[in-house]
Design a protein around this ligand. Structure first.
Ligand code: FE2
Length: 273
């Protein structure tokens, strides 16, 4: 089974690049299941119902969130009726929406997707390791789910690597989001779980984390907030990670990064050909 995970869409340039190119990526490469992190899709902060629907219509089976989940307040409401949108599973009890759900892929496989947030240099949420363990107990790979994907939205690579090894052999893919910079450590761990510390973002890399450069530089130099952060508006580079999953085991047989766009060296997974 071919899985594609795309990192955080940032602003209009990021989401439009994905909305334009995802349909042909799905068709040309016979992708079975696509997950997109959308927590920065609306002007860099949160997601609206319309944008979420546009990304789903373009071919995303699931849209995940993170620390910016509720920046657009409407997400607190529409997440209840949009079961393809996931917020972090380790938010407090009573938080709207869901953090894990089982979906049918285009090839008929059942895919459990989970969004979880780290706690290092992030909000003090519930223990992400315990939360993931609880959800996996309820829906183990090989029994209820044919494949399992974890989007770990976190700052610290140490916490993400620990999650990868904690889940090694029990899930198909652990991929990090949030830092907006793709890492080069994509690998299949010892027991068969695909892992990458950060998928990178889908946005303009001629900026600071997808934002226009001027205000971030100003804040580092002067320590006085000037204007609001605005997403950079140059052409976006799409970044993500592709995984081939053996449906007999749910484990990964191949992993490779995807980078398409003007600023980073382009790469397409060779096992897609
Ligand atoms: Fe984030």
């Amino acid at each position: 089974m071919r899985l594609l995970f795309l990192g955080d869409l940032v602003g209009k340039t990021g989401r439009n690049a994905v909305i334009e190119r995802l349909p042909s990526l799905v068709d040309d490469h016979a992708l079975d299941f696509v997950i997109v992190n959308g927590e920065n899709a609306a002007g860099g902060f949160g997601i609206t119902e319309e944008i979420c629907q546009d990304v789903i219509d373009a071919g995303a089976d699931v849209v995940t969130l993170g620390n910016h989940s509720w920046d657009q307040r409407e997400a607190l409401v529409f997440i209840e009726r949009q079961d393809r949108l996931l917020r972090p599973v380790n938010y407090p009890k009573g938080t709207p929406g869901r953090g894990a759900n089982l979906y049918n892929a285009r090839n008929g496989a059942r895919v459990l997707v989970m969004n979880v947030m780290g706690r290092i240099y992030m909000d003090a949420l519930d223990d992400p390791f315990a939360a993931v363990e609880r959800e996996l107990d309820a829906c183990p790979m090989g029994e209820v789910a044919d494949a399992v994907v974890i989007d770990m939205h976190a700052e610290a690579t140490s916490e993400k690597q620990a999650m990868g090894h904690f889940l090694d052999g029990r899930v198909s893919l652990v991929v990090g989001t949030h830092t907006h910079v793709p890492t080069a450590d994509h690998q299949i761990l010892a027991h068969g779980t695909a892992y990458m510390s950060d998928a990178g973002m889908c946005g303009d890399y001629d900026g600071v984390l997808g934002m226009d450069k001027e205000e971030p530089i100003n804040r580092f130099l002067r320590k006085i907030p000037g204007a609001r952060f605005q997403p950079a508006t140059g052409e976006a580079t799409i970044c993500g990670v592709a995984v081939e999953v053996d449906l007999n085991t749910g484990l990964a047989t191949h992993i490779a990064p995807l980078r398409l766009g003007p600023n980073l060296s382009e790469t397409i997974p060779d096992f897609w050909n």
